[in-house]
Design a protein around this ligand. Structure first.
Ligand SMILES: N[C@H](CCC[C@H](N)C(=O)O)C(=O)O
Length: 286
């Protein structure tokens, strides 16, 4: 039996599963089923951990609902921090989480309801993100999608982001343009996509299309990337509130573009996933 814990950060929901419950590595098809809203539990992603827990450092693996493994997630890290706190692995002092996208420091507040994560440093460099073409900072470049021209900046905070500057943003825009940008050949690892509207020097608004997921109500790494771009372009100061359909995150940008993110985590439920559900594997993959 695989136990699971389900949480959301501003409507971006993740499952946490302990590695000791997973006897054989889950296949991408099994992950797709677990995250499926009708045939599975339903979620925007799956977190498996902690693998090693030494000196208050906890290793985490992250998977998208398309079954692919990815590097880092802001809401996922707040949720995993809250899970560690709920399980008694950590208390109210800072601790570390090791992801494929780098090591972060997290701290839990308000009885688990609020978590701060030092997310690491944003880079705009093509070789780090990655973006195809000559080595450069990818700022204010142009991309044509469905006959429309957009200006974008690319960034990484461990996972890739493409931030598109817009005067008007909506769910419809994210869902119609996002999938084309996600899979554009200039992003060899595909990319998460944000549609960014700057409201004032301390507030931005974004709509999100996530790699391997689709439209989501909130994203912490997207907030970090979009805020870093707004600051880099001189449109915002270093302390930025990011508004998303699911709620707000607080982003602090250091002079070296190291990001501190603070926001809510909410527990939804815990339970046991029944292997019987895997009977529908052939249904969802057809
Ligand atoms: N929702 C997450 C981002 C998931 C990114 C993932 N979809 C990827 O492929 O990088 C967050 O709060 O940062």
């Amino acid at each position: 039996m695989m136990r699971f814990w389900k949480y959301h950060g501003l409507g971006n929901d993740y499952l946490v599963m302990p590695p000791e419950d997973i006897s054989k590595e889950l296949t991408p098809a099994q992950i797709r089923l677990i995250c499926h809203p009708h045939y599975g539990i339903g979620s925007d992603g799956l977190l498996i951990g902690p693998f090693d827990a030494e000196e208050q450092t906890f290793r985490l693996r992250l998977f998208n609902p398309d079954g692919g493994e990815f590097e880092k997630s802001g809401n996922g890290l707040r949720i995993f921090a809250r899970y560690l706190w709920d399980m008694g692995w950590v208390q109210n002092k800072p601790f570390h989480i090791l992801t494929p996208g780098g090591k972060v420091t997290a701290q839990v507040f308000e009885g688990g309801r609020r978590v701060t994560v030092e997310m690491g440093q944003v880079s705009f460099h093509s070789s780090r993100i990655p973006v195809a073409g000559p080595p450069r900072e990818v700022l204010q470049e142009s991309i044509e999608v469905q006959g429309r021209e957009f200006r974008f900046c690319a960034a990484t905070i461990g996972n890739p982001h493409c931030v598109i500057l817009c005067d008007d943003i909506s769910r419809e825009l994210a869902c119609s343009i996002g999938p084309h940008v996600e899979t554009d050949p200039r992003f060899p690892n595909r990319t998460n996509v944000q549609f960014l509207k700057v409201l004032d020097r301390a507030t931005i608004q974004i709509e999100i299309w996530e790699r391997g997921v689709g439209y989501t109500l909130a994203s912490g790494s997207s907030s970090s990337a979009a805020a870093a771009v707004a600051h880099k372009l001189g449109l915002c100061d270093s302390h930025i509130t990011v508004r998303m359909p699911g709620g707000e995150l607080d982003i602090q940008i250091d002079p070296d573009y190291a990001i501190t993110m603070t926001g809510a985590v909410t527990k939804i439920c815990e339970g046991q996933f029944d292997n019987e559900a895997f009977d529908a594997l052939n249904v969802i993959d057809n």
